[in-house]
Design a protein around this ligand. Structure first.
Ligand code: AHG
Ligand code: MN
Ligand code: MN
Length: 339
């Protein structure tokens, strides 16, 4: 049988990218390889999610006498462990951990990067077989190499990200990541256990027909956001409406679809929660970086997500992201109605 060498694995791709930077040390490709490795392990566990009744419910003890962990805790432990034992990461911040974790050992203290992640996004969808994901963000440290990382390494604005990406555990499993050179998507080929380049140089269409928002909160949104949602529903030649509403409750799935097909995703502030629900550092920043590198736009309603100076690891922000022309429409309607 002829071997298909028409494929390029994630490792091959990152190493090839490295050749464009003569001074690169290979640490970022090492970090991406570690993330890909953790993702493959989490993928195996996600695929078993429907079998909890057979293998043991989360929080109980399985037949081997081991405690069965909730999938988001499992994913968190896995990503943390792989990055701690790898040689490219000096510390992590995670949705599942109250404070940042500084690895502080001889090898980690020499590492250039820190990583923030949401180990399992869309966890309410685990039990119902809907796509879920992992989101990650990578910064170069601002602290001195050779010493332990510091909190400041994690509290950098999103425009300082070196790389950001997500893994979607869906009808197939994909890893998509962005650097300043662009956005590329890799699909896991289960027959060889490798992420292979399937979506080179992803561009977000300038305009789409999909809007994604939790309509249940409609009466809690600002007037400007309500007006925009109404405009999405109007049959109007100028915007090609009415748009189609799609919202599954896993941001990874919603934003991935809109990135590929064109669309807008919103998690606005509400009267109860003026800053919305989503977390700046490991949900909004990475997606803002990816979508902007693909030609789209991401804001908090007034300013670019990537320009926000974070003050706390778990801070939340209203979030609007998507195709450029749809984001322009949103901006003009919200500024008209909210001065
Ligand atoms: P997580 O599972 O990490 O807590 O995040 C879920 C997030 C996001 O993925 C999704 O878009 C949003 O919560 C859904 O929230 P609502 O149910 O309030 O719309
Ligand atoms: Mn999440
Ligand atoms: Mn989560």
């Amino acid at each position: 049988m002829a071997i298909n060498r028409n494929i390029q694995t994630l490792d091959e791709f990152t190493i090839q990218e490295l050749r464009n930077f003569p001074r690169a040390t290979g640490e970022l490709s090492g970090l991406l390889r570690d993330i890909g490795l953790a993702a493959k392990r989490v993928n195996v566990e996600v695929n078993k999610a429907g079998l909890v009744d057979i293998l043991g419910d989360y929080g109980t003890t399985n037949v081997q006498g081991e405690e069965v962990k909730k999938l988001d805790v499992f994913a968190n432990d896995h990503f943390t462990g792989v990055l701690q034992h790898g040689i490219s990461c000096a510390g992590i911040g995670s949705e599942e951990i109250d404070d940042v974790v500084i690895f502080d050992d001889e090898i980690s203290n020499q590492s250039k990067y820190v990583c923030l992640f949401d180990p399992l996004d869309g966890s309410s969808n685990i039990d119902v077989n809907v796509s879920i994901g992992t989101i990650f963000s990578v910064f170069r440290r601002v602290s001195e190499i050779g010493k332990p990382a510091t909190k400041e390494d994690f509290l950098q604005p999103g425009n300082r990200q070196v790389a950001a990406g997500y893994v979607i555990y869906g009808s197939s499993t994909m890893l998509v990541y962005a650097t300043k050179r662009g956005v590329n998507g890799f699909t896991l080929d289960p027959s060889i256990g490798e992420f292979t380049l399937s979506h080179p140089n992803i561009k977000c269409p300038e305009k789409g027909k999909i809007y994604s928002v939790n309509h249940g909160n409609y009466y809690q949104y600002s007037e400007g956001v309500q007006k925009y949602i109404e405009s999405c529903q109007r049959k109007d030649k100028s915007n090609g409406g009415p748009y189609t509403q799609r919202y599954i409750g896993s941001m990874v799935a919603d934003v991935h679809r809109n990135l590929i097909k064109g669309g807008i995703f919103m998690y606005p502030g509400t009267t109860d929660k003026p800053n919305g629900k989503l977390r700046l550092l490991y949900e909004c920043n990475p997606f803002a970086f990816i979508v902007e590198k693909a030609g789209g736009v991401a804001t908090n309603g007034t300013q670019s997500i990537l320009d926000i100076q974070p003050t706390a690891v778990h801070q939340r922000t209203p979030f609007f992201i998507g195709s450029k022309l749809m984001m322009d429409e949103l901006k003009s309607l919200t500024t008209q109605n909210e001065q």
